[in-house]
Design a protein around this ligand. Structure first.
Ligand SMILES: NC(=O)c1ccc[n+]([C@@H]2O[C@H](COP(=O)([O-])OP(=O)(O)OC[C@H]3O[C@@H](n4cnc5c(N)ncnc54)[C@H](OP(=O)(O)O)[C@@H]3O)[C@@H](O)[C@H]2O)c1
Length: 230
């Protein structure tokens, strides 16, 4: 039969890897982002939608959803003294309220044993200058993860992944020269930045029944940055 997986923010490079993996597993993808998505596969369905502005059309969704992943987020780095409240509110809106809104819309459709995946950041566990807005919004995502995991257990599992710098469109400005890329690699104990598949493998596992005893977790995928001193 295959699982029905809802992917919000499918134009993320991580989401693209995940979609490829899930379709190969025979699962069905219901994909949403603000732009189109070129993919010919009978198990793939795409809806152009801004989840901050509109609800997901009822007729786009299947009757039952076995997994959902919410990708939209931000990396807004600003010195605290220059940080405007409207920037913080905008980060909270996309990282937290967008996820809350989508989960509330699909709550009734989430099947027994289904899995919800959210995104945090290494910046919640590891203090770094200029990261206060990211840390505020992703900290809230982590809080949402554990409280929702408790409220929805035992029917629905809720987990969160916390990456460090990963090679995606969002991160491109931090790695757009050889010098910046090498400097970013060197900050990580594993001497590399993340690749989309590093996240996609974990998300695929967390969506699958192989992780049926995992819930309420924030899992770091960060080349060792948050936990190791070199
Ligand atoms: N990459 C990193 O280094 C890094 C590090 C730490 C944490 N993270 C977190 O990991 C998650 C994924 O990151 P990423 O780098 O893959 O992000 P990304 O490249 O920005 O991808 C997210 C996708 O979400 C879609 N999207 C954004 N706003 C949307 C909206 N309102 N409605 C519908 N779709 C929307 C965008 O596609 P459209 O333009 O087509 O809508 C975008 O391609 C984020 O939550 C990010 O904060 C990333």
């Amino acid at each position: 039969m295959g699982k029905n997986i809802l992917v919000i923010g499918s134009n993320s490079s991580i989401a693209k890897k995940l979609i490829d993996m899930e379709l190969k597993e025979g699962n069905h993808i219901f994909s949403i982002s603000r732009k189109g998505f070129e993919l010919e596969n009978t198990n793939f369905h795409h809806q152009i939608l801004d989840v901050l502005e509109e609800n997901i059309p009822e007729d786009f969704l299947p009757d039952s959803i076995d997994g959902m992943v919410y990708f939209p987020g931000t990396i807004n780095l600003k010195p605290f003294k220059a940080l405007k409240q409207n920037v913080i509110l905008s980060d909270i809106r996309i990282n937290v309220l967008g996820a809350v809104n989508v989960i509330q819309q699909v709550l009734k459709k989430l099947s027994l044993g289904s899995s919800v995946l959210l995104f945090s950041s290494v910046a919640v566990r590891l203090g770094m200058p200029y990261h206060s807005s990211v840390a505020i919004s992703k900290g809230a995502v982590e809080g949402l993860t554990i409280s929702l995991a408790s409220e929805l257990a035992p029917k629905v599992r809720v987990n969160c992944v916390a990456p460090s710098l990963t090679s995606t469109n969002m991160a491109s400005r931090f790695i757009d020269t050889e010098e910046k890329l090498n400097s970013m690699k060197n900050r990580h104990p594993l001497k590399s930045i993340g690749q989309p598949e590093d996240l996609a493998y974990l998300i695929s596992y967390l969506l699958s029944d192989k992780s049926k005893w995992v819930t309420g977790q924030v899992i770091s995928v960060d080349g060792g940055l948050s936990n190791l001193k070199m």
